[in-house]
Design a protein around this ligand. Structure first.
Ligand SMILES: [Mn+2]
Length: 327
């Protein structure tokens, strides 16, 4: 394989995906997008939120089955699996509750892939075949956070090339288990407690009040709360006022997740905006490729040609936006 194009969270935006693939030089032959010398790598979160769930799944699955793409699992695919997995202890319940919040997050998928009808089970089984992580020699891919310790554990529970076992799905949905911790870190990203540092809660983009902030695991030099904790831009306190800047107090204890390996790690998940001043979308060894395609942003790929150090110039966006790529 000559090179790889690592593509961000699609979330059912099939038109943007086709546009991006064409821009990257992929052509549809016998119904499948292919490139003579390259392979597309998806970072997961193919589903939920967008209007073209089935189109996206059919397109990506055909690419994977013909060898022109690979994907890792996103938290949305994991959630879909959990939503479809009956709770063995409570008849009629599922490992991910069918409550209003979870139904709302999963609505587009449920509307377009009718719950428990037709192809539903087949898509869920396909999601289970997505690996949690990929190591392609010169770089590695995971949905939210690369962490050797958690990956070693997952490799003991899910044998390479086999689908996620139902026992794993059950345990990973039970708080306090090692399986739950691994999925939280690898597919959702590590978090720290704001309460522990006496900082206020904030409201996220869905108006849920949160006492946990995401850890900037890619900021390997960070040592303070301000450097390591991520509060979304424009976040409000639970009282509705603008969230105050975090203090520069030491929180080195949270630095366990720092990514120090020189091998580039690619990830999505973090809803970046295509604005350089937001910064920290890439370092010399980490690359975020999620630029909120389903919320009006471009779908983004990083075109990797064997370089040991990451360069912002290798980002490709579709559609073209007025702001320039991060540099
Ligand atoms: Mn995600």
């Amino acid at each position: 394989m000559g090179g790889y194009d690592v593509i961000g969270d699609v979330h059912g935006c099939a038109d943007k995906l086709e546009g991006l693939l064409k821009k990257l030089g992929y052509e549809k032959r016998d119904g499948v997008y292919r490139h003579p010398g390259r392979q597309a790598i998806f970072v997961g979160d193919l589903i939920d939120r967008g209007g073209q769930q089935i189109e996206t799944l059919v397109l990506v699955r055909a690419m994977i089955e013909s060898g022109s793409a690979q994907t890792v699992m996103g938290n949305h695919e994991f959630n879909a699996i959990s939503f479809a997995t009956p709770n063995p202890e409570i008849p009629g319940e599922f490992m991910r509750s069918h409550n209003d919040k979870n139904r709302k997050q999963h609505k587009e998928f449920m509307d377009q892939v009718q719950l428990f009808a037709g192809d539903y089970a087949q898509w869920i089984e396909w999601f289970k075949t997505m690996p949690i992580h990929l190591d392609l020699g010169g770089f590695r891919v995971v949905h939210a956070c690369w962490n050797d310790k958690q990956i070693e554990k997952v490799d003991q529970w899910i044998a390479s090339g086999t689908p996620m076992p139902v026992e794993f799905v059950i345990r990973a949905n039970q708080k306090g288990t090692a399986e739950h911790e691994a999925i939280e870190v690898l597919l959702k990203g590590p978090e720290l407690s704001l309460t522990k540092y006496k900082q206020p809660n904030f409201k996220d983009k869905d108006d849920h009040v949160r006492s946990q902030a995401r850890i900037r695991w890619w900021n390997a030099n960070g040592t303070t709360l301000q450097e390591l904790a991520e509060i979304p831009p424009g976040a409000k306190t639970s009282g509705g006022s603008p969230y105050p800047p975090l203090p520069s107090i030491d929180c080195q204890g949270e630095a366990d997740y720092d990514y120090k390996d020189p091998k580039p790690a690619f990830y999505g998940h973090y809803w970046r905006r295509w604005e350089p001043e937001e910064g920290q979308d890439w370092t010399s060894n980490t690359v975020c490729v999620d630029f909120s395609a389903v919320k009006g942003g471009p779908l983004v790929a990083y075109r990797w040609d064997g370089e040991a150090k990451i360069s912002g110039e290798n980002y490709v966006e579709f559609p073209e936006t007025s702001t320039s790529p991060p540099s």
